[in-house]
Design a protein around this ligand. Structure first.
Ligand code: R5P
Length: 301
């Protein structure tokens, strides 16, 4: 059965790389906005009876979600045998419980919508904090690619005397795995978030960092506040300028400039979202995961 890769607007480079690795053909999509902002989509290649993979970059999910759901619906209506989703960055993972009465638990709502539209989902390191796995909210087969091996390889080859630093307890899962693979020490700080753009850090004894290059590792750099505050505190204590590694380079607004201004020596990210900081390639791992999940789904039928 033919495998076709369709790119949502903004994910063309990632789709091209995955298609290349899988030896799959691209499926062209025409997309534009009507004057009132509604999306127009047209699938330009035959998808009848074919396995279709939609690749989407969802760093700004509110305007992107309707188009994604409409495209999946159109592909199904056009007779695709299956329609899977590769979203290297999975949004809406942080509002995973009702913190205050009446709040929408958007992780769950987002998962419900995606689960109705797609046959399976592949992503990279979703923000699983209070949720044990994606299966608790997604009703479709899911596969999670770990960025830790690629980040560890980058740290190992690019940084002398690294000492990894996780800015908060949530980052421990990524930092500890990267540290084990890169064979270097790590320390996890404690963070209290008092607002969308305001965080306070508590630092443990950091003497072990002396003589090392601090490498901050976190899953998402969004407002950049977590990383900037960590960089600022480490610099204030006289440590070397830290290297910041984020899995998902969301960089909302002026986050990149503010992180640079805080004194980061270098800012790098995985290419789960296109960004100038991309230095760590996730394509091979994503392509392998797509193959694995498709095999899993076909065996279960
Ligand atoms: C926290 O829950 C995440 O692991 C990141 O630390 C957080 O999303 C970073 O957000 P920001 O860049 O806005 O501080």
């Amino acid at each position: 059965m033919t495998l076709r890769i369709v790119s949502m607007p903004g994910a063309e480079a990632c789709a091209e790389r995955i298609a290349d690795r899988l030896g799959a053909s691209r499926c062209a999509l025409e997309s534009r906005r009507f004057p009132d902002g509604e999306i127009y989509l047209r699938v330009l290649d035959e998808v009848q009876g074919q396995q279709v993979v939609v690749v989407a970059q969802l760093s700004n999910p509110d305007p992107q979600l309707p188009g994604l759901l409409f495209l999946a619906d159109a592909l199904n209506e056009l007779g695709a045998a299956s329609v899977g989703l590769v979203a290297p960055y999975l949004p809406y993972m942080r509002q995973d419980i009702r913190f205050r009465a009446g709040e929408a638990v958007t992780s769950r709502s987002f998962a419900k919508l995606v689960s109705t539209a797609f046959a399976w989902l592949v992503t990279v390191d979703p923000h699983l904090h209070r949720l044990a796995s994606l299966n608790t909210i997604y009703r479709i087969p899911t596969a999670v690619v770990s960025s830790a091996p690629a980040i560890a390889a980058w740290v190992h080859t690019q940084v002398e005397q690294p000492h990894l630093v996780g800015p908060d307890e949530e980052s421990r899962q990524w930092v500890s795995e990267v540290a084990a693979l890169a064979g270097c020490p790590y320390t996890v700080l404690s963070k209290h978030r008092s607002g969308d753009r305001s965080v306070d850090l508590t630092l443990p004894d950091l003497q072990a960092l002396r003589g090392h290059t601090p490498v901050l590792v976190d899953d998402i750099i969004s407002s950049g506040q977590t990383m900037a505050a960590t960089v600022g505190r480490l610099r204030a204590q006289g440590f070397a300028a830290p290297i910041c590694v984020g899995v998902h380079a969301v960089f909302a607004g002026d986050a990149l400039a503010r992180l640079q201004a805080a004194g980061a020596a270098r800012i790098v990210s995985c290419n789960t979202l296109p960004h100038p900081s991309n230095a760590i390639d996730m394509t091979d791992a994503l392509a392998e995961s797509v193959q694995a999940v498709m095999q899993r789904v076909s065996h279960s039928h």
